[in-house]
Each structure stands twice: as C-alpha cells, then as structure tokens.
Ligand binder design. Structure first.
Ligand SMILES: C[S@@+](CC[C@H](N)C(=O)[O-])C[C@H]1O[C@@H](n2cnc3c(N)ncnc32)[C@H](O)[C@@H]1O
Length: 362
C-alpha cells in the first residue's frame, strides 16, 4: 500500500477521509465537485497542488520509479503536484534531504516555489531549456524524467490526440538530451488510434516500454502513462533540437522507414484496487450534526492561461457587436498594464490592443 503523504507527515494505509471541523456553511457548487471527484478532494486535504499527484504515486507504487534516483526532471510541471511528489519522495518533503538529490521543474507557466525544486520557466521544445537543466545538474545527466504535459484540449478528439502526441515527442526529444543511459522516462499519452506508432518511437530509445493506467486516472479518459525504462539511444544517435518533435521515419534499429511502423506494448492497470475509483461519486463524510467545510485549492495558478479570457468576458469584449468599441465603455485595463488608447478602434483592433497590453507583466 502506498504511504499517503498528509500535510502533517506520512501515513500508511488506505487514503483516509479525514473528519472535518463543523460550523462552516456548506458551499453547494464547490462541495458537489468535492463529492464527484474524490481525488480532487483528497488532493486539497493532503496538500497536493493537483489531483494528478496520485497518478505519479500510483505509478511509483507499481514501478518503483524513485529507487536510486539522485537527479530528476519534471517536464510540464505547473502547478507542481508531480514536483511535490518528487520532492517528498526524494528529499523528504522539506527540501532538506540529501544535497546530492536535485530536482528541476520546467513549465511554460510560472509556478509557486517548492522547497528543494529548481524551477525553469521555459519551453520543452527549446534546446536552451535542455542546456539549463543540465546546468542545474552541474553537467550530470538525470536518472528520471517525468512529463505530465498536456496542451489545452479543444474537445476535437483527433486534434487533441495529435497535439498530445507531438508534446510527448517533444518531451522524448528533450529527454534524449538530459537522461542518463539506463534512466527512466514517464510521460502522459493519449491512447488514440495511432498510439502504436508512438510506442514504436519510444522503443527506439527504450527496450522496456509499458503503458500504465493508474487508478486515479479516470477510465472515461483516454489518458494513460508510458513508463519507459533502460534508456539506450541507438548507436550514433546525437541529440538535437532541429526537429524537436522528432519525425516518424525510424524503426527500432534506427533504420529509415518507408511506411508506418507499429508495435504493441504491455498495458497495465495499476494502483491498488482498493484505492478510490476515480469514476465513482463518493459521499462527503460528515460527522453527525456537522456541515461540510470546503477546503480551498492548495495552490491557485499564478497566471492562469484563462486570465485573458476572464478579462475580455468581464469587459464584454468576447462578443463583437456593431457600434462603439466595447473597450471604450469598459475603459482601460489598469490592472493588466497600459492598453493603447482605443478610441476609434474597431472592436477587433481593440481586442488586439488589450491582448497586447496583457502580454506586459502586471
Ligand atoms: C496537466 S498540466 C501538468 C500538471 C502537473 N504535472 C502537476 O501535477 O501539477 C500540463 C502543463 O503542461 C504545460 N506545457 C504544455 N506545453 C508545454 C511546453 N511546450 N513546454 C513547457 N510546458 C508545457 C502547461 O503549461 C501545463 O502547465
């Protein structure tokens, strides 16, 4: 059974459902999400920044990912729950563990600081990001690279699967720059119709590839995780970022391919079967006579990608109606920077001005 970290320390056994202090008015909308998503609720109660922490914990339970790891990289890390897992597992949580253990987290977005985790705000498709990671490891390669990266899903499945596959290949590419021979790479994958093509590309670099579905990952989602062990690049392979997304033209012996190459890899449903089922609704556990007390998220996003949309919506700029620029009515956007004077702008230009001003740090 996985030891489950709590804010106070480590506890073992099944995930506890802590009793809550009473007296706080139940907030219906919020508590209904807590009821529907047990891992979301547990994440807040145990101090994780996101429910995905449980996915990495359950993968580790199955594959002992952290054994002997001194240098770990968390790609696409924000808001940071996987980095929290790495920090707690490798460094004991307070960032005070052995100095020899180093963790680097990378994301496009800013992330609140975490003890014992060096943060890079950067793009995993850039060679400069790979160089920065290696710099933090003082020239040494990493033992473990994890990537829970995901693009913003559009709801159009083919597009979402394609973009996710490209992000996985970008993660694989940067991993080939920073991972030690024999090291492990774990990454989110969408099990779409072309997934076998991805497996074949992973098998070029790793002899041991398994697709795993942790219990905390909803069955209703096509998300799973590839666990790739024993990093062993083909002879003569020189990492480079000129094609950060790699291309589909090599087989497992690094020969140029004519047609598509597909392999089947083992699939493993992992996580203790007694663990909570992420597709089920669990009742809120309330002490007799007590009302549910809502726990706020552990770490709200610093600069969420939807910030711009919220601003536009608040100022009625999302719909373009004929007549005067809605920006004129909304006024300038002082809290986001100084938008250029919008007078006389057509709505499109006004929106562009606002967006331009939004790219300036507040
Ligand atoms: C699902 S979230 C990761 C959650 C994280 N593992 C956690 O446990 O808190 C996906 C992240 O991927 C990041 N991302 C997407 N494309 C990226 C890229 N090219 N470079 C760096 N980060 C990227 C997004 O900014 C987003 O924060």
């Amino acid at each position: 059974m996985t030891p489950v970290p709590s804010q106070e320390g480590w506890v073992t056994g099944p995930h506890p459902l802590p009793s809550r202090p009473g007296g706080v008015r139940a907030e219906m909308g919020r508590s209904s999400k807590d009821k529907r998503d047990i891992y979301y609720r547990l994440a807040k109660e145990e101090g994780w920044r996101a429910r995905s922490a449980f996915k990495l914990l359950q993968l580790d339970e199955e594959f002992q990912l952290f054994e002997g790891v001194r240098r770990a990289v968390d790609l696409c890390a924000a808001p940071g729950s996987w980095s929290q897992v790495l920090s707690r597992k490798l460094k004991g949580g307070a960032g005070e563990g052995p100095d020899s253990v180093k963790i680097v987290a990378v994301d496009l977005q800013a992330m609140a600081p975490l003890p014992g985790v060096v943060q890079i705000q950067g793009d995993i498709t850039k060679v400069s990001t790979a160089q920065e990671i290696i710099q933090h490891f003082e020239g040494q390669p990493a033992d473990l690279v994890v990537c829970d990266g995901a693009p913003d899903v559009t709801g159009l499945h083919d597009i979402d699967e394609y973009i996710q596959a490209q992000l996985l290949l970008a993660a694989l590419n940067i991993t080939t720059h920073v991972l030690n021979k024999g090291g492990t790479f774990v990454a989110k994958i969408f099990r779409g119709k072309d997934v076998t093509l991805l497996y074949s590309q992973l098998r070029i670099f790793f002899p041991d590839v398994t697709c795993a579905k942790p219990r905390s990952s909803r069955n209703s989602s096509i998300e799973a995780f590839v666990v790739c062990r024993g990093y062993c690049p083909p002879e003569g392979y020189v990492p480079n970022m000129s094609n950060p997304l790699l291309d589909h033209c090599y087989d497992v012996d690094f020969n140029q391919l004519e047609g598509p190459n597909r392999v089947i890899v083992p699939f493993l449903a992992c996580g203790d079967l007694s663990a909570y089922d992420s597709d089920r609704t669990y009742p809120l556990q309330l002490a007799p006579g007590k009302e549910y007390s809502y726990v706020p998220p552990t770490q709200p996003p610093i600069r969420p990608p939807y910030q711009e949309a919220c601003f536009l919506k608040r100022n009625n700029l999302l719909t373009k109606e004929p007549g005067p620029s809605p920006l004129e009515e909304a006024g300038p956007a002082p809290s986001y920077g100084s938008a250029p004077e919008p007078q006389g702008c057509p709505p499109e230009a006004a929106v562009e001005n606002v967006l331009a001003s939004l790219s300036v740090s507040p």
